[in-house]
Design a protein around this ligand. Structure first.
Ligand code: HEC
Length: 171
């Protein structure tokens, strides 16, 4: 019996691959909000000007994503590139220095930006809230999709494990 070994090996590799995908999806979904609260919320709101600008729609104002990453990691260094938009903004905010976040990974910044997009405008939320209690439905809908995907992945993992189990008897 030489056949089952590679099958078991492939199955195990697939299992670990799926588990890591599973984990990264789950981490990404919850990280944006936590990262925003921990690092940015002291100066930024999503829909209201605070110490820094409201961040809603910020990606439209920064067509170059690499510049946006560079700005968030180290705004002082980015200002030195002479970028006109950034320098105008800096002057508009009375040269208030934004903290630098050299340790934020690209995925973490993406998670923050993704979170910003999920926060509904206060007007819309209030109107929906007054209309009916389904105001939170949007958020719940997103989670339903996430859990659906996770369930699917776990089902595949379970299937693979059954497969591995069956093959083990043949070894
Ligand atoms: C100490 C306060 C402070 C903190 C903390 C801070 N910022 Fe800022 N941020 C500012 C200020 C002030 C500006 C306006 C430009 C300037 O003065 O540097 C700004 C500008 C920005 C801009 C450009 C906004 C636009 O309208 O183009 C982005 C994007 C941004 N911040 C993202 C973040 C993110 C993401 C975090 C958290 C990881 C963060 N900031 C944390 C103060 C802060």
């Amino acid at each position: 019996m030489t056949l089952p070994r590679p099958i078991a090996k492939t199955s195990l590799t697939a299992l670990f691959f799926l588990l890591s995908v599973c984990l990264s999806v789950a981490v990404n979904a919850q990280d944006g909000k936590a990262l925003f609260s921990a690092n940015c919320a002291s100066c930024h709101a999503v829909h209201k000007k605070a110490t820094g600008p409201a961040l809603a729609g910020v990606e439209d104002r920064w067509p170059n994503k690499e510049h946006l990453y560079a700005w968030i990691r180290n705004s002082a260094a980015f200002l030195k590139t002479g970028d006109a938009y950034a320098n105008n903004l800096y002057n508009e905010y009375n040269k208030t220095a934004m903290n630098s976040f050299p340790n934020l990974k690209t995925e973490e910044i993406d998670a923050i930006l993704a979170y910003i997009k999920t926060v509904p405008a206060p007007g819309a939320a209030a109107a929906a809230g007054a209309a009916d209690p389904a105001a939170e439905k949007g958020v719940e809908g997103d989670n339903t999709l996430l859990f659906g995907v996770l369930t699917l992945i776990l089902a595949v993992v379970a299937f693979i494990m059954l497969q591995v189990n069956a093959n083990l008897y043949l070894l």
